[in-house]
Design a protein around this ligand. Structure first.
Ligand SMILES: [Fe+2]
Length: 372
């Protein structure tokens, strides 16, 4: 395999600096390497893009390396109503179906920006919500939880009672504003969780999800990757009981007023595919896609990374940073790179020029099937 290289520029200790990082307890700054969690190996894993910014009905399907890639195209199925189409928006939602022996598990990771998109796309893609075993919210940004309340409202009668919703910690619930202009960036509707009998599982440590998947727990911030802070959050509950409880936040964050968002609470999701390695779902990658991958490796004890799928949060960064990220993924030996959502076209174009055999383009509705 011939891979062009780019000049590296290393950022030392720049990430997460300032007030937000000073408020963190030492353990989450990465000083304490976690003990490996026994992550079961799955025989097969199918990731389906439910919500993403790109909807393209003319892309073909086929085998790309050892991954079966299916893009549904214009004609979703014989039964699909003619007046509906898959909806693309700036948000992310992924559906994962894994099998281990005779056991199948289904997990929905994030919920996109609007309920209209996720509900429409779930229906058109034929995803049976009643078979979902667990929900995951990667972080408290609207483009990932905005569809949640409407999804729960539509499907609460069909969801399994007590379906768990995994998230990093209480900080995901804080109300947020744009750092640039102070405008409201929304808050999670807690009543919708109660009405759907969803059981919130808040964990800063790595845990298993539905017995097959790995919730990485909080992602240490290290290396060259920088956390940008497009939002700030405030502790406290509003009149509807929405927001975050100050005494449930780590460190002194509950008393700090406006806190620049460093996504301390962000988590990633990963699977260990038998004979192939980890498949890491980054969601938005605010803590850095490489940091997310490193965390998945550290908490699973599995070094081989088969695929990285999701938002890499590179759109706001410059050319050198994008190149550093791609080089790091290549150095890690990642077999398949699937940028979505906030990854940005410069990364896609660079990856296509540099390592096209590793790059897979996915759109709304794309299915990526991995197997042992
Ligand atoms: Fe995002």
């Amino acid at each position: 395999m011939t891979t062009a290289r780019f000049s590296r520029r290393v950022f030392l200790g720049g990430a997460g600096a300032g007030l937000a990082s000073l408020l963190l307890p030492a353990a989450v700054r990465g000083q304490n390497p976690p003990a490996a969690l026994a992550v079961p190996q799955v025989d097969a894993l199918t990731i389906r893009v439910v919500t993403d910014g790109l909807s393209y009905a003319l892309a073909g399907s086929g085998r790309e390396g050892d991954v079966e890639v299916t893009r549904p195209g214009h004609f979703l199925s014989e039964d699909a109503p003619p007046d509906k189409a898959l909806i693309g928006e700036f948000g992310l939602s992924l559906h994962a179906e894994s099998t281990r022996g005779t056991e199948t598990r289904r997990v929905l990771v994030d919920f996109g920006h609007t309920p209209e998109a996720i509900n429409n796309n779930l229906e058109l893609l034929g995803i049976d919500v009643s078979r979902i075993d667990a929900l995951v919210l990667s972080h408290g940004h609207y483009d990932h939880f905005g569809g949640l309340a409407g999804f729960l409202e539509r499907h609460r009668a069909s969801l399994k009672p007590g379906t768990p919703l995994y998230l990093g910690d209480e900080e995901a619930f804080c109300s947020r504003r744009y750092a640039s202009n102070g405008k409201n960036y929304g808050v999670i509707d807690r009543a919708s969780l109660d009405a759907a009998r969803v059981r919130v599982v808040s964990s800063d440590a790595a845990t298993l999800v539905a017995g097959h998947a790995l919730n990485t727990g909080l992602i240490p911030q290290e290396g060259f990757e920088k956390v940008l802070s497009p939002t700030k959050f405030q502790a406290g509950l509003d009149a509807h009981g929405n927001g975050c409880r100050p005494d449930h936040l780590p460190g002194a964050r509950g008393e700090a007023g406006d806190v620049p968002d460093d996504f301390h609470h962000e988590i990633a999701t990963a699977y260990h595919v038998r004979g192939k390695g980890l498949v890491v779902l980054t969601s938005c990658g605010h803590r850095g896609v490489i940091n997310s991958v490193r965390r998945a490796r550290a908490v699973s004890g599995v070094d081989k990374v088969h695929a990285v799928i999701g938002g890499f949060h590179l759109a706001p960064h410059g050319e050198a940073y994008v190149a550093d990220t791609l080089n790091s993924l290549l150095d890690l030996g990642v077999d398949h790179i699937v940028p979505l959502h906030c990854s940005g076209e410069p990364f896609y174009e660079l990856a296509r020029a540099t390592a096209p055999e590793r790059l897979i383009r996915a759109y709304v509705g794309t299915t990526l099937a991995f197997s042992a």
